[in-house]
Design a protein around this ligand. Sequence first.
Ligand SMILES: NC(=O)c1ccc[n+]([C@@H]2O[C@H](COP(=O)([O-])OP(=O)(O)OC[C@H]3O[C@@H](n4cnc5c(N)ncnc54)[C@H](OP(=O)(O)O)[C@@H]3O)[C@@H](O)[C@H]2O)c1
Length: 255
Amino acid sequence: MSQARHLAGQRCWVVGASSGIGAALASELLARGARVAISARREDRLEDVSRGRMVVVPYDVTDAQGTARAADAVRERLGGIDLVVWSAGTWQQFDALDWDREAFARHVEVNLLGLNNLLAAVLPSMVTDRAGHLAGIASVAGYRGLAGAEAYGATKAAQLNLLEALRASLSQRRIRVTTISPGFVRTEMTEANSFPMPFLIDPDRAAHAIADGLERGDHEIVFPLRMALLMKTASVLPVRVWDAVAARLARARMS
Ligand SMILES: NC(=O)c1ccc[n+]([C@@H]2O[C@H](COP(=O)([O-])OP(=O)(O)OC[C@H]3O[C@@H](n4cnc5c(N)ncnc54)[C@H](OP(=O)(O)O)[C@@H]3O)[C@@H](O)[C@H]2O)c1
């Protein structure tokens, strides 16, 4: 299941491609010879990314029926789907001392239930065909609990677990599943962040790392390297040690 596979000629659908990592990845896939369909809500931004070179299918990931219609439209216009990349997402700084039920629910609806809608729309035909590749952009933020990321981090941890479980279940049907965990990337999502973002990279670099990992057949793509090393180390720290680190980070953020 980990054999290398070139992207040239593959029919790829990138969901969440009107800006940021998804937009850069769509262009990178195209440059590597793939045929590309892109989705998100903002049609004008999708057209800017496409510049007439991609299939544009706008939809809202929180709409299950809309997702099914979008998947049908992509399958029809590309003649099938070999690779689906989930890049849609939302992030908002969270204040646990002033619990915002709606903000938390919005993260779950977009980041987790949106992915659920997509899986329901693309998996049945992949299972029937015994072929296909799912790649989900989660985050290193899902590795450990971080103050201010209660809503976002919870959905990212869930995505990591979901993608890992799917990799095992779907291996029986020769369907590949790739977990993508970026560190900080300079996009609309991070532009309002007021806290330090170590090892911040541009979306083009992120897209390059993702496309390289997909072609190598990696099960997991984590970048940039220094952030991967930092957060992989954090992920194995004992809870008491992590709690001390995280509390210090929380205090630094509030001061
Ligand atoms: N930037 C980072 O530092 C970083 C780090 C780790 C992981 N990530 C993850 O990488 C992925 C891409 O994020 P990004 O940084 O590229 O941010 P971004 O530029 O804000 O892109 C988010 C994308 O998701 C789409 N989206 C949001 N809500 C949607 C909805 N209801 N329906 C359809 N599309 C929706 C947006 O399109 P519309 O608004 O047009 O709908 C946009 O195309 C996310 O999953 C994010 O969590 C980002």
